[in-house]
Ligand binder design. Structure first.
Ligand code: NDP
Length: 341
């Protein structure tokens, strides 16, 4: 069983090769009320860096990660050999799920139907990532037709979906992304109305020009200078979904990033009566997962939502892919192909 373990609690900064250790161990046997699954796709997500840096994940543990997998051996009546499931095998070829294997409170894997959608989408647009975009944009920001909506990290996994949902709702949607190729994708393929680059030295002016009527809803993935550019443009009664602050995940004060962000925004929030919603996707799972799967499935079938995956073949590449994602070197939802689908 090939595995990547966390080598150390990482210091300030971006991930490096020194943070991960490659090992090979025997494939485990499932105990009572457990299943053994082989990983097909591993999802790489920025929050994993927060877990590692804050010590939630301990050195020597298999790196955490959500996965789309196939059942190899089942000791649970609900799952048959060959079933495809969404679970949390982490950065390894084979993992156990079921009794005693709770991660984030999810003990039992969700079955996925490969006839409905490619199984990679279970860790992407039809998984937590899609639900994140749906909850933050649709349920928290509640954008109305004609309003101006801004999405940061707009070409990334969550951002691309969040912006397209606002387009479906009839909004003017402006993305913020890195390189020109990403901005072109956001407008040309995803259909946003405009996209500005955060690499531009005139980001505040560029964003102002792209939002002539100000900003009514902002989907925050980034923080830092992107948030600085957004703040003066927020309209009265505007809404923000605070989804993530990736610009701060490598800093020494990562844990306080949300407090700093809120303190910086407070005078504007008060003056403009801005509603700020903290977004924690797992809080939306019990009440909204089923509705989300129905609605998102229909949008994809109707061609209203497109998604771009950035697939890195081979578990060996996981640290490299993770580093790239944290630096903006990914283009779309970052996935590692671990086994054949
Ligand atoms: P992405 O696919 O968007 O990848 C991260 C992107 O962030 C990079 O491609 C890069 O895009 C951008 N980025 C990185 N550093 C900076 C920086 N310093 N300034 C500006 N942009 C930067 O990742 P995800 O879609 O998986 O995650 C997006 C956000 O959503 C993250 O903040 C994540 O933590 C959050 N999230 C929150 C959840 C919740 O429950 N609240 C659940 C899931 C995700 P570019 O090249 O365009 O700069």
């Amino acid at each position: 069983n090939k595995q990547w373990l966390l080598a150390r609690t990482p210091p300030e900064g971006l991930p490096t090769d020194d943070d991960f250790t490659w090992v090979e161990t025997p494939i485990p046997e499932p105990g009572p009320n457990q299943i053994l699954t082989r990983t097909i796709y591993l999802s790489l997500d920025p929050y994993q860096w927060g877990r590692r840096r804050s010590g939630v994940e301990e050195p020597g543990e298999v790196c955490h990660g959500r996965t789309a997998s196939q059942v190899v051996k089942s000791n649970m009546a609900e799952y048959q050999d060959g079933d495809f499931v969404f679970n949390t095998n982490g950065w390894q070829e084979y993992g156990l799920s079921g009794e005693g294997m709770s991660v984030f409170g999810y003990m039992f894997p969700r079955k996925i139907n490969p006839a409905e959608a490619p199984i990679s989408t279970a860790v992407g647009v039809m998984g937590m990532l899609g639900l994140t975009a749906y909850s933050g944009m649709y349920l928290q920001c509640e954008p109305k037709a004609g309003e101006t909506v801004v999405v940061s990290a707009a070409s990334g996994g969550v951002g691309q979906i969040a912006g397209q949902i606002a387009k479906i709702l009839g909004c003017r949607v402006v993305g913020i992304a890195g390189i020109q190729e990403k901005c072109d994708f956001v407008t040309g393929v995803l259909g946003f109305d405009a996209c500005v680059s955060h690499h531009s030295e005139t980001l505040p002016e560029d964003l102002r020009a792209a939002c002539p009527s100000g900003i009514d809803a902002y989907f925050e993935n980034v923080g830092g200078k992107v948030f600085d550019a957004v703040l003066p443009l927020l309209n009265r009664q505007s809404r923000i979904s605070l989804c993530g602050l990736i610009a701060h995940y490598s800093s020494a004060v990562m844990d306080q990033a949300r407090d700093h962000w809120a303190a910086l925004g407070q005078p504007t929030f008060e003056r403009q009566n801005v509603q700020v919603h903290n977004l924690v996707v797992r809080e939306f799972v019990p009440d909204y997962q089923a509705r989300f799967l129905d609605e998102m499935g229909a949008w994809i079938r109707e061609g209203k939502i497109k998604y771009k995956e950035d697939l890195w073949p081979g578990l060996e590449q996981a640290p490299k892919a993770f580093q790239a994602m944290m630096e903006g070197g990914n283009f779309g939802k970052t996935l590692v192909g671990v086994g054949d689908d």
